[in-house]
Design a protein around this ligand. Structure first.
Ligand SMILES: Cc1cc2nc3c(=O)[nH]c(=O)nc-3n(C[C@H](O)[C@H](O)[C@H](O)COP(=O)(O)OP(=O)(O)OC[C@H]3O[C@@H](n4cnc5c(N)ncnc54)[C@H](O)[C@@H]3O)c2cc1C
Length: 494
Protein backbone atom coordinates (compact mmCIF):
# COMPACT_ATOMS: atom_id res chain seq x y z
CA UNK A 1 0.00 0.00 0.00
CA UNK A 2 1.26 3.44 -0.84
CA UNK A 3 2.66 5.40 2.08
CA UNK A 4 0.47 8.38 1.17
CA UNK A 5 -2.56 6.38 2.25
CA UNK A 6 -3.02 6.31 6.03
CA UNK A 7 -5.44 3.90 7.61
CA UNK A 8 -7.32 5.22 10.64
CA UNK A 9 -7.94 2.08 12.60
CA UNK A 10 -10.96 2.82 14.70
CA UNK A 11 -13.25 4.04 11.88
CA UNK A 12 -11.62 1.86 9.24
CA UNK A 13 -11.72 4.98 7.08
CA UNK A 14 -9.32 5.73 4.26
CA UNK A 15 -8.03 9.24 3.99
CA UNK A 16 -5.90 10.03 1.00
CA UNK A 17 -3.59 12.89 1.82
CA UNK A 18 -3.28 15.91 -0.43
CA UNK A 19 0.12 14.68 -1.57
CA UNK A 20 -1.37 11.58 -3.20
CA UNK A 21 -1.06 11.95 -6.94
CA UNK A 22 -3.75 9.85 -8.57
CA UNK A 23 -2.79 7.35 -11.26
CA UNK A 24 -5.02 6.62 -14.23
CA UNK A 25 -4.11 3.45 -16.12
CA UNK A 26 -5.24 3.19 -19.73
CA UNK A 27 -5.05 -0.35 -21.10
CA UNK A 28 -4.67 -0.08 -24.87
CA UNK A 29 -3.05 2.73 -26.84
CA UNK A 30 -5.04 2.64 -30.05
CA UNK A 31 -7.14 5.62 -31.08
CA UNK A 32 -9.35 5.42 -27.97
CA UNK A 33 -6.63 5.07 -25.33
CA UNK A 34 -4.44 7.70 -26.98
CA UNK A 35 -7.26 10.23 -27.24
CA UNK A 36 -8.27 9.73 -23.61
CA UNK A 37 -4.63 10.28 -22.62
CA UNK A 38 -4.55 13.40 -24.83
CA UNK A 39 -7.62 14.91 -23.17
CA UNK A 40 -6.29 14.10 -19.69
CA UNK A 41 -2.93 15.69 -20.53
CA UNK A 42 -4.58 18.78 -21.91
CA UNK A 43 -7.30 19.29 -19.35
CA UNK A 44 -6.39 17.90 -15.96
CA UNK A 45 -6.21 20.82 -13.54
CA UNK A 46 -4.58 18.72 -10.83
CA UNK A 47 -1.44 16.58 -10.67
CA UNK A 48 -1.97 13.27 -12.42
CA UNK A 49 0.01 10.22 -13.49
CA UNK A 50 -1.20 8.57 -16.67
CA UNK A 51 0.09 5.12 -17.54
CA UNK A 52 -0.69 4.18 -21.13
CA UNK A 53 -0.08 0.50 -21.78
CA UNK A 54 -0.05 -1.41 -25.06
CA UNK A 55 1.39 -4.76 -26.08
CA UNK A 56 2.27 -3.21 -29.46
CA UNK A 57 5.30 -0.98 -29.56
CA UNK A 58 3.76 1.53 -31.97
CA UNK A 59 1.59 3.60 -29.70
CA UNK A 60 -1.46 5.54 -30.95
CA UNK A 61 -2.07 3.38 -34.01
CA UNK A 62 -3.97 0.37 -32.73
CA UNK A 63 -5.14 -2.44 -34.99
CA UNK A 64 -6.63 -0.21 -37.68
CA UNK A 65 -3.88 2.34 -38.26
CA UNK A 66 -0.75 0.19 -37.88
CA UNK A 67 -1.03 -0.84 -41.52
CA UNK A 68 2.13 -0.41 -43.59
CA UNK A 69 0.28 -0.79 -46.88
CA UNK A 70 -0.55 2.41 -48.70
CA UNK A 71 -3.50 0.67 -50.33
CA UNK A 72 -5.18 0.26 -46.93
CA UNK A 73 -7.38 3.33 -47.03
CA UNK A 74 -9.68 4.82 -44.43
CA UNK A 75 -13.23 3.84 -45.21
CA UNK A 76 -14.42 7.32 -44.23
CA UNK A 77 -13.26 10.55 -45.96
CA UNK A 78 -10.99 13.12 -44.30
CA UNK A 79 -13.87 15.50 -43.48
CA UNK A 80 -15.37 12.97 -41.07
CA UNK A 81 -12.18 11.68 -39.43
CA UNK A 82 -11.01 14.54 -37.21
CA UNK A 83 -9.91 13.22 -33.80
CA UNK A 84 -11.87 16.00 -32.12
CA UNK A 85 -15.67 16.20 -32.20
CA UNK A 86 -15.74 20.00 -32.05
CA UNK A 87 -13.01 20.67 -34.59
CA UNK A 88 -14.02 18.94 -37.80
CA UNK A 89 -11.16 20.43 -39.87
CA UNK A 90 -8.41 19.28 -37.52
CA UNK A 91 -7.28 16.37 -39.70
CA UNK A 92 -7.37 18.38 -42.91
CA UNK A 93 -5.28 21.16 -41.33
CA UNK A 94 -2.76 18.60 -40.07
CA UNK A 95 -2.52 17.01 -43.53
CA UNK A 96 -1.99 20.41 -45.13
CA UNK A 97 0.67 21.46 -42.68
CA UNK A 98 2.49 18.12 -43.05
CA UNK A 99 1.98 17.75 -46.79
CA UNK A 100 5.68 17.97 -47.50
CA UNK A 101 6.75 15.09 -45.25
CA UNK A 102 3.72 13.03 -46.32
CA UNK A 103 4.08 13.61 -50.04
CA UNK A 104 5.05 10.01 -50.84
CA UNK A 105 2.06 8.66 -48.97
CA UNK A 106 -0.73 11.05 -49.86
CA UNK A 107 -2.79 11.45 -53.00
CA UNK A 108 -2.95 15.07 -54.22
CA UNK A 109 -4.80 17.27 -53.79
CA UNK A 110 -6.23 16.36 -50.39
CA UNK A 111 -9.69 17.61 -49.50
CA UNK A 112 -12.54 16.76 -47.14
CA UNK A 113 -13.54 14.07 -49.57
CA UNK A 114 -10.21 12.24 -49.86
CA UNK A 115 -9.81 8.69 -48.54
CA UNK A 116 -6.30 8.76 -47.13
CA UNK A 117 -4.12 5.73 -46.29
CA UNK A 118 -4.72 4.38 -42.79
CA UNK A 119 -1.00 4.56 -42.01
CA UNK A 120 -1.18 8.35 -42.47
CA UNK A 121 -4.08 8.48 -40.03
CA UNK A 122 -1.93 6.53 -37.55
CA UNK A 123 0.77 9.21 -37.86
CA UNK A 124 -1.87 11.88 -37.20
CA UNK A 125 -2.98 10.23 -33.94
CA UNK A 126 0.66 9.72 -32.92
CA UNK A 127 1.37 13.41 -33.48
CA UNK A 128 -1.67 14.42 -31.41
CA UNK A 129 -0.51 12.29 -28.49
CA UNK A 130 3.06 13.54 -28.76
CA UNK A 131 2.00 17.16 -28.90
CA UNK A 132 -0.25 16.75 -25.86
CA UNK A 133 2.62 15.09 -23.99
CA UNK A 134 5.14 17.78 -24.98
CA UNK A 135 2.80 20.65 -24.18
CA UNK A 136 1.20 19.09 -21.11
CA UNK A 137 1.35 20.71 -17.72
CA UNK A 138 4.39 19.90 -15.60
CA UNK A 139 2.38 18.07 -13.01
CA UNK A 140 0.58 15.78 -15.48
CA UNK A 141 2.85 12.96 -16.43
CA UNK A 142 2.40 10.35 -19.16
CA UNK A 143 4.30 7.09 -19.02
CA UNK A 144 4.14 4.62 -21.90
CA UNK A 145 4.47 0.94 -21.05
CA UNK A 146 4.99 -1.52 -23.89
CA UNK A 147 3.48 -4.64 -22.28
CA UNK A 148 0.42 -6.82 -22.22
CA UNK A 149 -1.83 -6.33 -19.20
CA UNK A 150 -2.68 -9.80 -17.98
CA UNK A 151 -4.57 -9.11 -14.75
CA UNK A 152 -6.24 -6.28 -12.86
CA UNK A 153 -7.04 -6.91 -9.23
CA UNK A 154 -9.16 -4.63 -7.05
CA UNK A 155 -7.70 -3.94 -3.62
CA UNK A 156 -10.02 -1.72 -1.58
CA UNK A 157 -10.43 1.40 -3.70
CA UNK A 158 -7.43 0.85 -5.95
CA UNK A 159 -6.30 -1.54 -8.63
CA UNK A 160 -3.19 -3.62 -8.98
CA UNK A 161 -2.28 -3.90 -12.65
CA UNK A 162 -0.12 -6.90 -13.59
CA UNK A 163 1.95 -6.90 -16.75
CA UNK A 164 3.34 -9.79 -18.78
CA UNK A 165 6.88 -9.07 -17.51
CA UNK A 166 5.91 -10.01 -13.93
CA UNK A 167 5.78 -6.41 -12.75
CA UNK A 168 2.78 -4.56 -11.39
CA UNK A 169 1.71 -1.12 -10.27
CA UNK A 170 -1.24 0.53 -8.55
CA UNK A 171 -3.81 2.77 -10.15
CA UNK A 172 -6.78 4.75 -8.87
CA UNK A 173 -8.77 4.44 -12.07
CA UNK A 174 -8.52 2.06 -15.00
CA UNK A 175 -9.85 2.42 -18.51
CA UNK A 176 -10.06 -0.62 -20.74
CA UNK A 177 -9.41 0.80 -24.20
CA UNK A 178 -8.80 -2.69 -25.56
CA UNK A 179 -10.64 -2.06 -28.82
CA UNK A 180 -11.32 -4.51 -31.56
CA UNK A 181 -9.15 -7.37 -30.51
CA UNK A 182 -8.55 -7.98 -26.82
CA UNK A 183 -6.70 -11.17 -27.77
CA UNK A 184 -3.47 -10.65 -29.62
CA UNK A 185 -4.09 -11.27 -33.36
CA UNK A 186 -0.42 -12.18 -33.92
CA UNK A 187 -0.85 -15.22 -31.66
CA UNK A 188 -3.34 -16.68 -34.15
CA UNK A 189 -0.67 -17.07 -36.86
CA UNK A 190 0.55 -20.63 -37.22
CA UNK A 191 1.14 -23.10 -40.04
CA UNK A 192 -0.86 -21.82 -43.03
CA UNK A 193 -3.29 -19.84 -40.83
CA UNK A 194 -3.03 -16.11 -40.32
CA UNK A 195 -5.11 -13.38 -38.71
CA UNK A 196 -5.65 -10.44 -41.05
CA UNK A 197 -5.14 -8.00 -38.15
CA UNK A 198 -1.80 -9.48 -37.09
CA UNK A 199 0.17 -7.16 -39.37
CA UNK A 200 1.97 -10.13 -40.89
CA UNK A 201 -0.82 -11.97 -42.71
CA UNK A 202 0.86 -11.45 -46.08
CA UNK A 203 4.47 -11.88 -44.98
CA UNK A 204 6.60 -14.07 -47.27
CA UNK A 205 3.68 -14.89 -49.49
CA UNK A 206 4.43 -16.51 -52.81
CA UNK A 207 2.88 -14.37 -55.61
CA UNK A 208 1.25 -17.53 -57.01
CA UNK A 209 -0.19 -18.68 -53.68
CA UNK A 210 -3.88 -19.53 -53.61
CA UNK A 211 -5.54 -17.93 -50.62
CA UNK A 212 -8.75 -18.46 -48.69
CA UNK A 213 -10.13 -15.38 -46.95
CA UNK A 214 -12.56 -16.30 -44.18
CA UNK A 215 -14.96 -13.36 -44.16
CA UNK A 216 -16.13 -11.05 -46.94
CA UNK A 217 -16.36 -7.68 -45.16
CA UNK A 218 -14.07 -4.66 -44.79
CA UNK A 219 -11.07 -6.74 -43.73
CA UNK A 220 -11.42 -8.94 -46.81
CA UNK A 221 -11.45 -5.76 -48.93
CA UNK A 222 -8.21 -4.60 -47.25
CA UNK A 223 -6.45 -7.88 -47.90
CA UNK A 224 -7.54 -7.98 -51.54
CA UNK A 225 -6.29 -4.40 -52.03
CA UNK A 226 -2.95 -5.27 -50.40
CA UNK A 227 -2.58 -8.35 -52.60
CA UNK A 228 -3.34 -6.19 -55.61
CA UNK A 229 -0.60 -3.72 -54.69
CA UNK A 230 1.84 -6.66 -54.48
CA UNK A 231 0.78 -7.82 -57.95
CA UNK A 232 -0.44 -11.07 -56.53
CA UNK A 233 -1.27 -13.66 -59.18
CA UNK A 234 -2.76 -16.56 -57.21
CA UNK A 235 -6.44 -17.25 -56.76
CA UNK A 236 -8.34 -15.56 -53.91
CA UNK A 237 -11.41 -17.29 -52.47
CA UNK A 238 -13.47 -15.20 -50.04
CA UNK A 239 -16.19 -17.04 -48.13
CA UNK A 240 -18.70 -15.98 -45.51
CA UNK A 241 -22.08 -17.25 -44.35
CA UNK A 242 -24.00 -14.92 -46.69
CA UNK A 243 -21.26 -13.94 -49.12
CA UNK A 244 -22.08 -10.23 -48.87
CA UNK A 245 -19.30 -7.74 -49.53
CA UNK A 246 -19.14 -4.03 -48.61
CA UNK A 247 -20.87 -1.44 -50.74
CA UNK A 248 -18.92 1.47 -52.16
CA UNK A 249 -19.00 5.05 -50.89
CA UNK A 250 -20.54 7.65 -53.14
CA UNK A 251 -21.06 11.36 -52.59
CA UNK A 252 -24.77 11.86 -52.08
CA UNK A 253 -27.06 14.69 -51.10
CA UNK A 254 -28.32 14.14 -47.58
CA UNK A 255 -31.97 13.30 -47.10
CA UNK A 256 -34.05 15.47 -44.75
CA UNK A 257 -34.49 13.75 -41.34
CA UNK A 258 -36.96 10.95 -41.76
CA UNK A 259 -36.80 8.68 -38.78
CA UNK A 260 -37.31 9.41 -35.11
CA UNK A 261 -37.22 7.03 -32.18
CA UNK A 262 -40.98 7.47 -31.94
CA UNK A 263 -41.83 6.54 -35.52
CA UNK A 264 -39.63 3.45 -35.80
CA UNK A 265 -41.06 0.00 -34.93
CA UNK A 266 -39.18 -2.02 -32.32
CA UNK A 267 -39.39 -5.13 -34.42
CA UNK A 268 -36.58 -6.07 -36.75
CA UNK A 269 -38.75 -7.40 -39.56
CA UNK A 270 -40.99 -4.32 -39.58
CA UNK A 271 -37.96 -2.06 -39.25
CA UNK A 272 -36.19 -3.53 -42.26
CA UNK A 273 -39.42 -3.39 -44.32
CA UNK A 274 -39.89 0.27 -43.39
CA UNK A 275 -36.30 1.18 -44.26
CA UNK A 276 -36.50 -0.60 -47.60
CA UNK A 277 -39.76 1.11 -48.49
CA UNK A 278 -38.33 4.53 -47.52
CA UNK A 279 -35.30 3.79 -49.71
CA UNK A 280 -37.57 3.04 -52.67
CA UNK A 281 -39.54 6.26 -52.08
CA UNK A 282 -36.35 8.31 -51.74
CA UNK A 283 -34.88 6.78 -54.89
CA UNK A 284 -38.06 7.83 -56.69
CA UNK A 285 -37.25 11.40 -55.64
CA UNK A 286 -33.67 11.15 -56.89
CA UNK A 287 -31.89 10.32 -53.62
CA UNK A 288 -29.37 7.53 -53.23
CA UNK A 289 -30.07 4.63 -50.81
CA UNK A 290 -26.96 5.68 -48.87
CA UNK A 291 -28.63 8.90 -47.73
CA UNK A 292 -31.41 6.89 -46.03
CA UNK A 293 -28.97 4.53 -44.29
CA UNK A 294 -26.88 7.51 -43.18
CA UNK A 295 -29.95 9.35 -41.89
CA UNK A 296 -30.34 6.58 -39.29
CA UNK A 297 -26.93 7.20 -37.81
CA UNK A 298 -27.84 9.93 -35.27
CA UNK A 299 -30.39 7.63 -33.61
CA UNK A 300 -28.85 4.19 -34.14
CA UNK A 301 -27.50 3.91 -30.58
CA UNK A 302 -30.79 4.88 -28.94
CA UNK A 303 -32.72 2.64 -31.30
CA UNK A 304 -30.48 -0.30 -30.37
CA UNK A 305 -31.01 0.43 -26.68
CA UNK A 306 -34.78 0.50 -27.14
CA UNK A 307 -34.89 -2.83 -28.97
CA UNK A 308 -35.90 -5.77 -26.77
CA UNK A 309 -33.10 -8.36 -26.33
CA UNK A 310 -35.04 -10.84 -28.49
CA UNK A 311 -35.06 -8.32 -31.35
CA UNK A 312 -31.36 -7.54 -30.88
CA UNK A 313 -30.74 -11.28 -31.14
CA UNK A 314 -32.88 -11.50 -34.27
CA UNK A 315 -30.93 -8.62 -35.79
CA UNK A 316 -27.65 -10.43 -35.12
CA UNK A 317 -28.96 -13.66 -36.58
CA UNK A 318 -30.67 -12.38 -39.72
CA UNK A 319 -29.77 -8.81 -40.56
CA UNK A 320 -26.36 -7.85 -39.28
CA UNK A 321 -24.48 -8.76 -42.47
CA UNK A 322 -26.91 -6.69 -44.58
CA UNK A 323 -26.61 -3.76 -42.20
CA UNK A 324 -22.81 -3.94 -42.10
CA UNK A 325 -22.25 -3.92 -45.85
CA UNK A 326 -24.54 -0.94 -46.35
CA UNK A 327 -23.50 1.03 -43.29
CA UNK A 328 -19.69 0.38 -43.35
CA UNK A 329 -18.66 1.08 -46.92
CA UNK A 330 -15.36 1.11 -48.80
CA UNK A 331 -13.49 3.82 -50.66
CA UNK A 332 -14.35 3.97 -54.40
CA UNK A 333 -10.89 2.91 -55.62
CA UNK A 334 -10.85 -0.15 -53.34
CA UNK A 335 -14.29 -0.97 -54.73
CA UNK A 336 -12.83 -0.72 -58.23
CA UNK A 337 -10.02 -3.15 -57.40
CA UNK A 338 -12.52 -5.68 -56.05
CA UNK A 339 -14.80 -5.29 -59.05
CA UNK A 340 -11.91 -5.83 -61.48
CA UNK A 341 -10.67 -8.92 -59.63
CA UNK A 342 -14.15 -10.42 -59.54
CA UNK A 343 -14.51 -9.75 -63.25
CA UNK A 344 -11.17 -11.35 -64.10
CA UNK A 345 -12.05 -14.40 -61.98
CA UNK A 346 -8.99 -14.04 -59.74
CA UNK A 347 -11.31 -13.30 -56.83
CA UNK A 348 -14.48 -15.20 -55.97
CA UNK A 349 -16.81 -14.14 -53.18
CA UNK A 350 -19.21 -16.85 -52.14
CA UNK A 351 -21.73 -17.79 -49.47
CA UNK A 352 -21.08 -20.93 -47.49
CA UNK A 353 -19.94 -22.53 -44.27
CA UNK A 354 -16.37 -23.65 -43.77
CA UNK A 355 -16.84 -27.12 -42.35
CA UNK A 356 -13.29 -28.26 -41.92
CA UNK A 357 -9.69 -27.73 -42.92
CA UNK A 358 -6.71 -30.03 -42.81
CA UNK A 359 -3.05 -29.55 -43.53
CA UNK A 360 -1.97 -31.67 -46.50
CA UNK A 361 1.79 -31.47 -46.93
CA UNK A 362 2.39 -27.76 -47.47
CA UNK A 363 -1.19 -26.99 -48.56
CA UNK A 364 -4.45 -26.68 -46.67
CA UNK A 365 -7.49 -28.65 -47.78
CA UNK A 366 -10.67 -26.69 -47.02
CA UNK A 367 -14.15 -28.21 -47.03
CA UNK A 368 -16.91 -25.73 -47.69
CA UNK A 369 -20.66 -26.30 -47.72
CA UNK A 370 -22.05 -23.66 -50.11
CA UNK A 371 -25.20 -21.93 -48.87
CA UNK A 372 -28.44 -23.67 -49.91
CA UNK A 373 -26.55 -26.67 -51.31
CA UNK A 374 -26.29 -30.23 -50.11
CA UNK A 375 -22.85 -31.09 -51.50
CA UNK A 376 -19.51 -29.87 -50.18
CA UNK A 377 -16.90 -28.07 -52.23
CA UNK A 378 -13.23 -28.82 -51.57
CA UNK A 379 -10.43 -26.37 -52.32
CA UNK A 380 -6.68 -26.57 -51.80
CA UNK A 381 -5.00 -23.35 -50.72
CA UNK A 382 -1.57 -22.19 -49.62
CA UNK A 383 -2.77 -19.78 -46.97
CA UNK A 384 -5.93 -19.20 -44.93
CA UNK A 385 -6.49 -15.68 -43.63
CA UNK A 386 -9.01 -15.01 -40.91
CA UNK A 387 -10.95 -11.82 -41.85
CA UNK A 388 -13.92 -12.24 -39.56
CA UNK A 389 -13.61 -9.08 -37.51
CA UNK A 390 -14.56 -8.48 -33.90
CA UNK A 391 -14.63 -11.41 -31.45
CA UNK A 392 -17.67 -12.58 -29.55
CA UNK A 393 -16.70 -12.17 -25.89
CA UNK A 394 -18.34 -15.46 -24.92
CA UNK A 395 -15.92 -17.41 -27.10
CA UNK A 396 -12.95 -15.25 -26.26
CA UNK A 397 -10.06 -16.84 -24.47
CA UNK A 398 -8.02 -13.95 -23.18
CA UNK A 399 -6.12 -13.68 -19.88
CA UNK A 400 -7.27 -10.18 -18.96
CA UNK A 401 -10.95 -10.67 -19.77
CA UNK A 402 -10.97 -14.07 -18.02
CA UNK A 403 -9.23 -12.56 -14.99
CA UNK A 404 -11.74 -9.69 -14.69
CA UNK A 405 -14.65 -12.06 -15.19
CA UNK A 406 -13.51 -14.55 -12.56
CA UNK A 407 -13.26 -11.74 -10.00
CA UNK A 408 -16.73 -10.49 -10.94
CA UNK A 409 -15.32 -7.07 -11.89
CA UNK A 410 -17.01 -7.17 -15.30
CA UNK A 411 -20.24 -8.63 -16.61
CA UNK A 412 -20.21 -9.84 -20.19
CA UNK A 413 -22.99 -8.66 -22.46
CA UNK A 414 -25.59 -11.43 -22.83
CA UNK A 415 -25.19 -11.52 -26.61
CA UNK A 416 -21.39 -11.62 -26.40
CA UNK A 417 -21.05 -8.01 -27.57
CA UNK A 418 -18.43 -6.91 -25.08
CA UNK A 419 -18.85 -5.73 -21.51
CA UNK A 420 -21.92 -4.21 -19.82
CA UNK A 421 -21.54 -0.49 -19.08
CA UNK A 422 -23.67 2.47 -18.06
CA UNK A 423 -24.28 5.51 -20.27
CA UNK A 424 -20.89 6.99 -19.30
CA UNK A 425 -18.84 3.90 -20.05
CA UNK A 426 -18.53 2.91 -16.38
CA UNK A 427 -18.29 -0.85 -16.10
CA UNK A 428 -21.08 -2.82 -14.45
CA UNK A 429 -19.83 -5.68 -12.29
CA UNK A 430 -21.23 -9.21 -11.85
CA UNK A 431 -23.49 -7.95 -9.02
CA UNK A 432 -24.92 -5.22 -11.24
CA UNK A 433 -23.02 -2.42 -9.42
CA UNK A 434 -21.72 0.49 -11.49
CA UNK A 435 -18.04 1.10 -10.89
CA UNK A 436 -16.63 4.58 -10.36
CA UNK A 437 -13.13 3.25 -10.90
CA UNK A 438 -13.25 0.97 -13.95
CA UNK A 439 -14.32 2.20 -17.38
CA UNK A 440 -14.30 1.13 -20.97
CA UNK A 441 -14.69 2.74 -24.39
CA UNK A 442 -15.46 1.80 -27.97
CA UNK A 443 -15.90 -1.76 -29.22
CA UNK A 444 -16.33 -3.38 -25.77
CA UNK A 445 -19.49 -1.23 -25.44
CA UNK A 446 -21.21 -2.74 -28.49
CA UNK A 447 -23.78 -4.52 -26.33
CA UNK A 448 -25.02 -1.17 -25.02
CA UNK A 449 -24.54 1.05 -28.04
CA UNK A 450 -24.10 -1.17 -31.10
CA UNK A 451 -22.51 1.60 -33.19
CA UNK A 452 -19.39 2.30 -31.15
CA UNK A 453 -16.44 1.26 -33.30
CA UNK A 454 -15.89 4.18 -35.68
CA UNK A 455 -14.04 7.45 -35.08
CA UNK A 456 -17.13 9.70 -34.91
CA UNK A 457 -18.39 7.71 -31.92
CA UNK A 458 -15.00 7.11 -30.31
CA UNK A 459 -13.78 10.72 -30.38
CA UNK A 460 -16.88 11.87 -28.48
CA UNK A 461 -16.62 9.01 -25.97
CA UNK A 462 -12.90 9.71 -25.38
CA UNK A 463 -13.54 13.38 -24.67
CA UNK A 464 -16.51 12.78 -22.37
CA UNK A 465 -14.80 9.95 -20.50
CA UNK A 466 -11.71 12.09 -19.86
CA UNK A 467 -13.91 14.96 -18.63
CA UNK A 468 -15.79 12.64 -16.27
CA UNK A 469 -12.58 11.17 -14.90
CA UNK A 470 -11.10 14.60 -14.29
CA UNK A 471 -14.30 15.70 -12.54
CA UNK A 472 -14.34 12.52 -10.42
CA UNK A 473 -10.72 12.97 -9.37
CA UNK A 474 -11.49 16.49 -8.22
CA UNK A 475 -14.00 15.21 -5.63
CA UNK A 476 -12.43 15.54 -2.14
CA UNK A 477 -10.37 12.47 -1.42
CA UNK A 478 -11.85 11.50 1.93
CA UNK A 479 -13.82 8.36 1.70
CA UNK A 480 -15.52 6.34 4.42
CA UNK A 481 -15.60 2.64 3.75
CA UNK A 482 -18.53 1.11 5.57
CA UNK A 483 -17.14 -2.36 5.95
CA UNK A 484 -18.57 -4.96 8.38
CA UNK A 485 -15.67 -4.21 10.76
CA UNK A 486 -16.75 -0.55 11.03
CA UNK A 487 -20.31 -1.60 11.69
CA UNK A 488 -19.11 -4.09 14.29
CA UNK A 489 -17.03 -1.42 16.05
CA UNK A 490 -19.93 1.05 16.06
CA UNK A 491 -22.35 -1.53 17.43
CA UNK A 492 -19.86 -2.36 20.20
CA UNK A 493 -19.54 1.35 21.08
CA UNK A 494 -23.36 1.63 21.17
C1 LIG B 1 -8.78 -2.72 -40.20
C2 LIG B 1 -9.66 -1.64 -39.64
C3 LIG B 1 -9.92 -0.48 -40.35
C4 LIG B 1 -10.73 0.52 -39.82
N1 LIG B 1 -10.96 1.67 -40.54
C5 LIG B 1 -11.74 2.64 -40.01
C6 LIG B 1 -12.00 3.86 -40.72
O1 LIG B 1 -11.55 4.03 -41.83
N2 LIG B 1 -12.77 4.80 -40.12
C7 LIG B 1 -13.31 4.61 -38.88
O2 LIG B 1 -14.00 5.50 -38.38
N3 LIG B 1 -13.07 3.48 -38.19
C8 LIG B 1 -12.32 2.50 -38.73
N4 LIG B 1 -12.11 1.35 -38.03
C9 LIG B 1 -12.76 1.19 -36.73
C10 LIG B 1 -11.76 1.26 -35.56
O3 LIG B 1 -12.37 0.43 -34.61
C11 LIG B 1 -11.58 2.62 -34.94
O4 LIG B 1 -11.36 3.59 -35.90
C12 LIG B 1 -10.42 2.69 -33.93
O5 LIG B 1 -9.21 2.42 -34.55
C13 LIG B 1 -10.57 1.79 -32.73
O6 LIG B 1 -9.59 2.19 -31.81
P1 LIG B 1 -9.48 1.56 -30.35
O7 LIG B 1 -8.37 2.25 -29.69
O8 LIG B 1 -10.80 1.58 -29.68
O9 LIG B 1 -9.14 0.03 -30.63
P2 LIG B 1 -7.81 -0.63 -31.23
O10 LIG B 1 -7.31 0.12 -32.37
O11 LIG B 1 -8.18 -2.07 -31.43
O12 LIG B 1 -6.74 -0.48 -30.06
C14 LIG B 1 -6.77 -1.26 -28.89
C15 LIG B 1 -5.35 -1.42 -28.42
O13 LIG B 1 -5.40 -2.13 -27.19
C16 LIG B 1 -4.29 -2.99 -27.13
N5 LIG B 1 -4.60 -4.04 -26.16
C17 LIG B 1 -5.71 -4.84 -26.10
N6 LIG B 1 -5.66 -5.63 -25.03
C18 LIG B 1 -4.50 -5.33 -24.39
C19 LIG B 1 -3.88 -5.81 -23.19
N7 LIG B 1 -4.44 -6.76 -22.44
N8 LIG B 1 -2.68 -5.27 -22.82
C20 LIG B 1 -2.08 -4.29 -23.57
N9 LIG B 1 -2.63 -3.81 -24.71
C21 LIG B 1 -3.82 -4.31 -25.10
C22 LIG B 1 -4.12 -3.50 -28.55
O14 LIG B 1 -2.79 -3.93 -28.79
C23 LIG B 1 -4.48 -2.24 -29.35
O15 LIG B 1 -3.35 -1.49 -29.71
C24 LIG B 1 -11.31 0.34 -38.55
C25 LIG B 1 -11.06 -0.84 -37.84
C26 LIG B 1 -10.23 -1.82 -38.37
C27 LIG B 1 -9.96 -3.05 -37.58
Amino acid sequence: MKNQIHRQNIFNARVVSNSHIPTVAIVGAGFSGSLIATHLLRNSSQPLKIKLIDRNSEFAKGVAYSSKENTDLLNVPVGKMSAFPDDSDNLLRWLESNSHSLQDLLPTPVSHRTFIPRQVYGLYIQSILEEAQNNGKNNVDLERLNHEVIAIEKINQEFLISLDNDTNFQADKVILAIGNSPSNPAQDNHNNFYNAWSGSALDNINPHADILLMGTGLTMADIVASLHSRNHLGKIYAVSRRGLSPQIHKTTSSHPPLFTLENLPLNILKLSKLIRSEIRKAQGLGYDWRSIIDSLRPITQQLWQKLPKTEQKRFLRHLVSYWDVHRHRIAPNIGEIIRAKLKSGQLTISAGRIKDYQLERDKTKVIIRPRYQSEDTVILVDRVIHCRGINNYHSLSHPLINNLQVQGLIRLNKLGLGIDTDAQGRIIDAQGQISRLLYTIGTPRRGDLWETTAIPELRRQAQTLAENIIADLEIPKVELITTPSLRQILSKIA
